[in-house]
Structures are given as C-alpha cells and as structure tokens.
Design a protein around this ligand. Structure first.
Ligand code: ATP
Ligand code: SF4
Ligand code: MG
Length: 343
C-alpha cells in the first residue's frame, strides 16, 4: 500500500446515538454505541469491504464518514481536494454549508433505491435534479441531454428509459438508476451500503459487475458494505470486519479469507457452507446473542461468544495492531497463519 495515495484517514471515530430518557428523573443518558474508536485509512482506487452481522455499525460508519451523521468524537480527514496542496480537509469540522462543496465528491448508494427515487420524477429528471443541485448543468439543454444519456448508457439503461418513472422498473434497474444519479456527479468516492442485498442472486452479479466497470472507467474508490461474505470477497481489495461497533480485523481480501487472525472472523468464515451454492449466506452463525451496543461487555467485546477467551479478554480491551504486513486485528490471542484456506 506504500505507493498508494490516501483518500481518507479516519481516527478514533465514534458515533453514539443518545436514547430518549424513560422519565424526567432519569439522570444518566444512555447511548447506542454504534461506532467505537474506528481507525481506518482508505486509499484512492481501492474497494474497502465492510462486513459484519446486522446492527454492528456498518451503515453508521458509512454515514458518519460522509458526515451524514455528525461524529460524536474523532476525525475524518479527506485528502481529495487538490486545491489544498496535499493538506487534508477535516470533514468533522465543516458546517453543512462548507460540506456542500464536498458532497459531490462523496456519494451514497442505498440498499433500496426505490425509497430514494422520487416517484413523480422521470429517470431524466432524477439525474438532472442532482446535476442542478451541484450546479453542473450546462446552459445548453442539448449538452445536458447528451450527458445524461451517456451516463445512462454506462449504467446499462436504454435511452428510451429517460422518460419513464421509477415504478416502471425492476429492482435491478432501479439500482442502476440510483447508481446513474450518483455517477453523473462525477464523484471520487462512493459508499455502497448493501447495494445488492435486496436483489435476486442473478441480478446481484450484474450490479456488482456494473460497479466494478464504473470504478475502472472513472477511477472511483468504494466503501462496499455487506453482510454477505461471498459478495464482499468478490468485490473488495481489502476487508474490514466489524463487531459491536468496532473494526476487529482489517486485511487484504486474500489474506483475510485464507488466514484470519481474529476469532470472530474465523467463526464467520468457518460457519459458511461452501458447497451449497444456493444456501443464503446470512451472517447468523454464532452461538449466543450479540450483546447490546447500549451496554457492551468490558475488555474484548467478543469475549462473551469467543471460544478462545481468557481472563485478560474480559478485562482489557485488545489493541488494534498490525500482526502481519497490512493485516491488523484486535485480539489478545491472535490466530496463527493457516496451512489450508478457510474459505
Ligand atoms: N439513527 C439512529 N438512531 C438510533 N440508533 C441507531 C440509528 N442508526 C443506527 N442505530 C443503532 O446503531 C447500531 C448500529 O446500526 P447500523 O445500522 O449502523 O448497523 P448495520 O451494521 O448497518 O446493520 P444492518 O446489517 O442491519 O444494516 C444498531 O444498534 C442500531 O439500532
Ligand atoms: S481478545 Fe480474547 S475474547 Fe477477544 S477475540 Fe481475542 S481471544 Fe477472543
Ligand atoms: Mg446497515
């Protein structure tokens, strides 16, 4: 990664959601600790996959990184503004107005594009609206039309779709519209939050391949969020595994899948049926409930479910350190390198 250019540097990022007080006499404010001390570098041109069970804080990380949620603590430095001479922009310090300048650079693609597509607008209007909001429209309407049709073509949408409404499309095509709307803004970075989870398996690979083509053609960087380990393996250059608001392991994809260091990653990978291709690979695999993010366990947050846990795991939070080159994990008892691949 040495020759790669940093795009984001995330340090000690926290996002807590305060819970409403149950009664007016309640003194203590309880928080949902959705993200705890996230440290992550994102490099230009890579796809960083984020995987973990439901509720572990994946979407919160994507949204806090994009400043759609205000971080509770920590920093998100952005290195993608060429006008600063290499100095990072401290995104967490920007006002909503100041952030507007960078919104165009950083897009979010959702799981359910339908809810984010205005049902009363045609595809052409939907894409135009984004361009207008970012002052990207040309004074010549013909040029705008040509641009919109070229983006639609890149996203696999036929030109005659331009006058159609979202309800006239299938789920996969709607996702293409959502992607076209984002890509039209010529962003640098896209957070794709479960973009294929609601789609049939046959359509999933088409959308993933579209994202990969767009990444190649536009030099994009992705954060790809999914609970599906196969999808994450296919699309990601590096993978971060999250558990209860924390990134517990981070490595390049091949290393992580072949030889995980963290027991949670090992458990995720080993519980997956690799022979039954039709089996839905959901991440509901471990014994025991996930503890509450309102009152997470002390020490290592995974100790209540970990088969390797010892006394220190219950008392001391393990540091997130580099165990092998480029392979980070937070565990007191890191797993040894494997002879045979797990996944
Ligand atoms: N706006 C919010 N207000 C309060 N709590 C929230 C909010 N958004 C998320 N949470 C809580 O934060 C935790 C992390 O949620 P998040 O949506 O980031 O998880 P996730 O990994 O994306 O889950 P999923 O796989 O189900 O999408 C959960 O306990 C969730 O209930
Ligand atoms: S620190 Fe201990 S409890 Fe946590 S994952 Fe490692 S071995 Fe398991
Ligand atoms: Mg989510």
């Amino acid at each position: 990664m040495d020759d790669k250019k940093l795009l984001f540097r995330i340090r000690n990022l926290k996002k807590y959601f305060p819970l409403k007080k149950r009664n007016p006499f309640q003194r203590e404010v309880f928080n949902v600790r959705a993200n705890e001390n996230i440290n992550l570098d994102i490099y230009e041109g890579e796809t960083i996959g984020i995987v973990g069970e439901s509720g572990c804080g994946k979407s919160t990380l994507g949204r806090t990184l994009l400043q759609l949620y205000k971080p509770t603590e920590g920093t998100v430095e952005y290195f993608g503004d060429p006008s600063t001479g290499g100095e990072p922009i401290q995104l967490q310090t920007l006002s909503v107005d100041e952030m507007r300048k960078y919104r165009r650079d950083m897009q979010l693609i959702f799981q359910d594009p339908y809810s984010s597509l205005n049902p009363r607008m045609t595809v052409g209007q939907i894409i135009t609206e984004g361009l207008k909001a970012h002052k990207m429209l040309d004074t010549d309407p013909k040029k705008n039309q040509e641009y919109i049709l070229s983006v639609m073509e890149q996203c696999g949408l036929a030109p005659y779709f331009v006058h159609r409404y979202p309800h006239q499309f299938s789920g996969g095509q709607r996702q293409r519209i959502g992607i076209a709307r984002s890509v039209a803004l010529n962003p640098k970075f896209i957070v794709a939050d479960e973009p294929v989870s609601a789609l049939d398996v046959s359509i999933q690979s088409q959308i993933i391949n579209l994202l990969l083509d767009l990444k190649r053609d536009h030099g994009l960087t992705y954060m790809f969020i999914s609970h599906d380990l196969s999808v994450i393996k296919y699309i990601s250059d590096r993978v971060g595994v999250m558990y209860l608001g924390v990134i517990v392991e981070l490595a390049n994809t091949a290393d992580l899948y072949a030889s995980p260091i963290h027991p949670y990653t090992e458990a995720l990978l080993s519980a997956i049926p690799t022979t039954d291709v039709d089996h839905k690979r959901e991440l509901r695999i471990l014994e025991g409930d996930i503890p509450s993010p309102i009152n997470p366990p002390p020490g290592c947050k995974f100790h209540t479910r970990c088969k390797y846990a010892t006394q220190i795991c219950m008392e001391v939070e393990p540091e997130f350190i580099e165990h092998r080159p480029g392979h980070f994990a937070a565990c007191h008892h890191p797993l040894k390198k494997r002879e045979h691949a797990l996944f």
